[in-house]
Design a protein around this ligand. Structure first.
Ligand SMILES: C[C@H](NC(=O)[C@@H](N)CCCCN)C(=O)O
Length: 478
């Protein structure tokens, strides 16, 4: 009879006839060698982080490579805004399907094989998206991207948890997310450093395919490193990846559901806004593509720097629910300012090796503030779940949150595309973009409502300490 440690650390008896999963076998093998081998060196841990994060870099680049060519797809291939919305939502449709099985596959194959396989799926997705002028083929490519990209993110998180648990886990998550966001930023910057490619819709997508190659290479290097580590270091028993489970949903507390609701409306606002932003800056504000790309890049670029800093700050001062409410409040007026406020004076922006842009001050300020909110809310929201949910159910809680996130994110691009088409949005009719901006504003007000409810709950007897637990208070409790 086999014995293995489950994620809560208890030893369970293996059921007869069920073959051991990859992690179970790994746990048994590492039990035997645990005493003989030294722990991995810090350098080895950080190398693992770099390769897994580079796999994420490619993943985020491919996802965002579509947005700088929205105008070309409309002009050269006659796509409507609604078809652009479908190209965005196809990713989420696939993610909804695969997230149900993702945890199982990662557990079965182990993260080495899973990350490489998902990176290869992303590479194929990039090829299919760039391949043919047919809308249906492109849609299939974006669907395939959802099948690879979202479970790759889950697998990467599993790797970080395994290598950094009890070490610098939050900081490692912050660095991982920053490198991933560099992928989004680079896709926006490609309008500058790769501007000759933007003569047609296809070449920027081939560039994305090349970046997908970086992702696969990084995944293979991670595989080699982790395999070497298994015989040189004691890695401890691998955690089992928790599955998405729909039973016992009711047992999560109201605070958890307020965080999930905030997550749904927050990402349903920011990600679709980014999808249409470069085209919007071109059509409604008269920027050229390179300037629109540079302006759009400020959002993920701000997040690269500010997300880890907000993480460190919040760990020191607590006040997590308050920070989420404050971020939601700041988000609320931004889309209306973009729509109704005067453009203000033109200001010049230069990004070394990328290019320069002259952009209206109002847009620059709004995107910068949006970038700060995009750093603050994710930096506080994702780690907050760990304070609300019991450790043994944390994996399920995150999987469920990511699953719910897709529902908002699938609907909004379709809605914005529909509204832009219905109101004939374009350079001759800038007002046609206004209904879409009101949709973002309505979602942001829901975000404010959910974060206020969370804050109120956390002030009362059912608090989980979101506003009170700090690194200092946690250390005193030990
Ligand atoms: C941490 C969070 N990640 C997600 O929301 C992922 N489910 C999807 C990311 C897709 C980006 N192209 C984030 O990025 O804030």
């Amino acid at each position: 009879m086999l014995q293995y440690s489950d994620s809560s650390g208890t030893v369970a008896a293996e059921q007869p006839r069920r073959s051991a999963t990859y992690n179970e076998k790994n746990a048994i093998m590492s039990e035997a060698s645990l005493r003989a081998l030294p722990p991995p060196t810090p350098l080895y841990r950080w190398l693992i982080l770099v390769f897994v994060s580079l796999a994420m870099f490619g993943n985020y680049y491919i996802y965002d490579s579509l947005w700088p060519i929205v105008d070309l797809l409309r002009e050269q291939r006659g796509f409507s805004y609604q078809q652009i919305g479908w190209l965005s939502s196809a990713y989420n449709g696939a993610a909804l399907l695969v997230l149900l099985a993702g945890g199982y596959l990662i557990d079965r194959w182990g993260t080495k094989r899973a990350i490489t396989l998902f990176a290869v799926i992303c590479l194929f997705a990039a090829v299919v998206t760039a391949w043919s002028p047919s809308f249906e083929v492109m849609l299939a490519g974006r669907f395939m991207l959802g099948l690879g990209a979202e479970p790759l993110i889950v697998a990467a998180t599993t790797v970080l948890a395994k290598w950094f648990k009890g070490k610098e886990l939050s900081f490692a998550f912050g660095i991982n997310l920053s490198i991933a966001r560099l992928g989004s930023t680079s896709a926006d910057w490609s309008t500058g450093f790769a501007s000759p490619l933007y003569a047609n819709w296809q070449d920027p997508l081939w560039l994305a395919t090349a970046v997908a190659g970086i992702s696969v290479t990084a995944a293979i290097l991670y595989w080699i490193l982790e395999r070497r580590a298994e015989s040189h270091y004691s890695l401890g028993a691998a955690e089992q990846t928790e599955k998405l489970e729909f039973k016992n949903l009711y047992s999560f507390s109201p605070s958890y559901w307020y965080v999930v609701a905030l997550c749904v409306v927050f990402y349903a606002t920011v990600f679709p806004f980014r999808s249409f932003a470069i085209d919007y800056f071109q059509q409604a504000h008269g920027l050229d593509r390179a300037a629109a790309g540079i302006l759009s890049s400020i959002l993920p670029f701000a997040a690269i720097i500010a997300t880890p800093l907000f993480g460190l700050w919040v760990d020191r001062v607590g006040k997590r629910a308050l920070f989420m409410a404050a971020g939601s409040l700041v988000l609320l007026p931004l889309f209306l300012i973009v729509t109704y406020a005067p453009a203000g004076p033109a200001v010049s922006l230069t990004i070394p090796f990328v290019g320069s842009a002259v952009v209206p001050l109002t847009l620059l300020l709004v995107i910068t503030v949006l970038g700060i909110v995009f750093s603050l809310i994710p930096a506080v929201m994702w780690p907050s779940v760990a304070y609300i949910v019991n450790g043994s159910r944390l994996g399920s809680a995150y999987a469920l949150m990511t699953f719910c996130q897709q529902f908002g994110w699938i609907i909004v691009p379709l809605t914005i595309g529909y509204l832009n088409d219905k109101f004939a949005a374009g350079p001759e009719n800038i007002d046609g973009y206004t209904p879409g901006m009101w949709v973002y504003t309505a979602l942001a007000s829901l975000g404010l409502y959910f974060s206020y409810k969370l804050w109120r709950t956390e002030q009362g007897p059912n608090s989980h300490g979101l506003d009170t637990i700090t690194t200092k208070s946690a250390a005193l409790q030990k």
